[in-house]
Design a binder for this molecule. Sequence first.
Ligand code: LHQ
Length: 291
Amino acid sequence: MSGSLRPAPLVFFDALGWFSLAGGEAAPMSDLITHERSSAILTLRLNRPDKLNALNDEMTAALVAGLEAAATDSRVRVIVLAGTGRGFSAGQDLEAFVKMKQTPGPVSVADHLRRGYNVVARRIREIEKPVIASLNGIAAGVGLSLALCCDVRIAADDAQLTLGFSKIGLIPDGGGSLMLPALVGLGRALELAWTSDRIGAVEALAIGLVNRVVPTDRLAEETAAYAARFAEMSPIALGLTKRAFNRSVIPNFVQWLEEEAVVQDLAANGPDLLEGVRSFLEKRKPAFATP
Ligand code: LHQ
């Protein structure tokens, strides 16, 4: 474990299949993340296809639980993060976010990140096993950020990627503001984050945003064959290589997640987030505030 990457909260399962994060509230096991283990490869699949696998609190907690289980299960040598249906993930479920904003009491976006996406991002980087994102379709918002936190990305040739945050008045979160420039360089990262342009898999490959592009109908097989290579290699060498690269390239990952949450709060406390989200849900152009 790298100096700045300390273990994330542990997840405990009881006899009834409820899990709880250490120090947190108990929640039932969820079918929003399915677990499929084939010998040493565990696939965690985002499973909310009717919502393009948009992430809500239950799904995020289930993802954390799946990653925790994968981290401690010595049978698991490689983890694949994949999506069901026509998308990998559309990011934060914006309808759920609006509902959350309508509940009484102040809602801190920074706390929302601290409780959810930052735990996922941190866990992906801390697990000293290869974590592969298998991108079956659209990856947007924090869905894309979490894919960028993974070690390797394999994309179907018709997959599309978009940051999307700027369209709703936000900055890339879930580790995206660190992983994006680390992968593609500052200029391209700013361009992608500011424009929120959708880019296809081939362009994503050309700029280093994904590692491989495979025919859509072969994504599952190609991902499994690729993961199987790692399953036969020295887990110690693979894990320590990840530790070394974490320390050399993103040594401040955990601190940055916190800073990113604070900056996101600045964006979220202005009027543009709600206008951006409402305009998306109402399928109209946003009218952003003038500073
Ligand atoms: C959705 C969503 C979605 C709900 C499509 N939610 N319904 C957020 C908030 C606060 C704090 C912290 O951090 C975050 C983190 C984030 O992730 S912010 C970014 C959130 N995500 C987005 O802004 C992406 C919004 N979605 C899109 O831009 C497009 O839908 C994408 C590019 C994902 C897919 O485009 P299409 O393939 O053209 O599909 P579509 O737009 O027609 O969407 C299909 C349906 O899914 C549609 O509903 P409908 O009832 O009309 O069929 C969308 O409203 C719904 N949907 N994303 N995130």
